[in-house]
Design a protein around this ligand. Structure first.
Ligand code: X90
Length: 285
């Protein structure tokens, strides 16, 4: 199949081995500087600068033209974006696809709203590649990936919600609590693709236990796990070890957040994407 997978940079995945894959960058900016979230970005330098700058900073999603450029002349396009409930990336990708199909009526293209970000998006991308490699048709892949992402989840633990609150992605009250020393906010991507805060955890041990508890509550039983951290390798390793103690066969891969996720998850942030039970099973009713 002549195909291409195109994701925005919120997936934290710059390369995918043996796949036709690329990302289009989101951007992080202040009044003084702009950071393009591509392979050249030095995320540590960006964070150092932002912490010392201290004034207003924000982000912007890719424009229609940037998506279009990434499609090249490919017959089958699979586009995947950060949650449409927190970003305009999905809408911009949809507009690009519309234009693309107008110019190439025979080509097939679809946009997948991850309703999430980072490692959950990365899992969906990896699955897409696997489905394409298995020789399924475009429509079969679309159906399979829709079913797959009903069973993937994102749990996060954040030490600060400052940038999220300053940019209207989370309430100021929650941000204040996260600002208290030693408190981490543990939460998940809701089914609507927004931040759902579950716990306020004190200290790294408690946070680890709370992440694990919430993974189990989402039906984790040893499926694939991707952990993306923002300068918190230790927490990522500890979580990996805890998962492997309980499910030794689990495929756990640790990665680093790139620009967009580093900006919002901030230093110390941990994002965990994993396969679990269906999100739409209502266990509480
Ligand atoms: O279009 C834009 O400017 C991008 C805005 C993105 C805002 C949210 C990014 C969140 C990044 C933080 C923790 C995980 C939250 C998951 C919610 C679905 C990471």
């Amino acid at each position: 199949m002549n195909y291409k997978i195109v994701s925005d940079s919120s997936s934290d995945l710059l390369y995918l081995e043996n796949a036709s894959y690329c990302t289009v960058p989101l951007k992080i900016s202040t009044a003084e500087r702009e950071f393009v979230d591509d392979c050249e970005l030095d995320t540590k330098e960006m964070l150092d600068y932002l912490y010392s700058y201290g004034d207003r900073s924000g982000s912007a999603c890719p424009g229609v033209g940037e998506w279009l450029d990434a499609f090249e002349e490919t017959e089958n396009i699979f586009c995947i974006t950060i949650t449409s409930n927190l970003s305009g990336s999905f809408n911009s990708a949809c507009a690009a696809i519309k234009e693309y199909q107008h110019a190439h009526p025979k080509f097939r293209a679809c946009v997948i709203d991850s309703l999430s970000t980072g490692p959950e998006t990365a899992l969906i991308i990896e699955k897409l590649k696997e489905l394409i490699d298995s020789g399924l048709s475009f429509d079969e892949i679309k159906a399979e990936i829709k079913a797959y992402k009903e069973n993937t989840h994102l749990i996060f633990a954040l030490e600060s919600l400052k940038n999220l609150a300053a940019n209207g992605r989370v309430g100021h009250l929650a941000a204040k609590i996260a600002g208290i020393f030693g408190i981490r906010i543990v939460g998940k991507a809701s089914n609507e693709g927004t931040l759902e805060i579950i716990e306020k955890s004190k200290g790294p041990q408690r946070t680890l236990a709370d992440i694990w508890k919430n993974m189990l509550a989402c039906g984790f039983e040893g499926g694939n796990v991707r952990i993306h951290h923002c300068e918190n390798e230790e927490a990522a390793e500890n979580l990996k070890n805890l998962i492997l103690e309980n499910y030794p066969e689990t495929n756990v891969v640790i990665g680093e957040t790139r620009g967009l996720c580093s900006f919002y998850a901030e230093r110390g942030g941990l994002l965990v994407g994993f396969e679990g039970a269906s999100k739409y099973e209502n266990k509480n009713q």
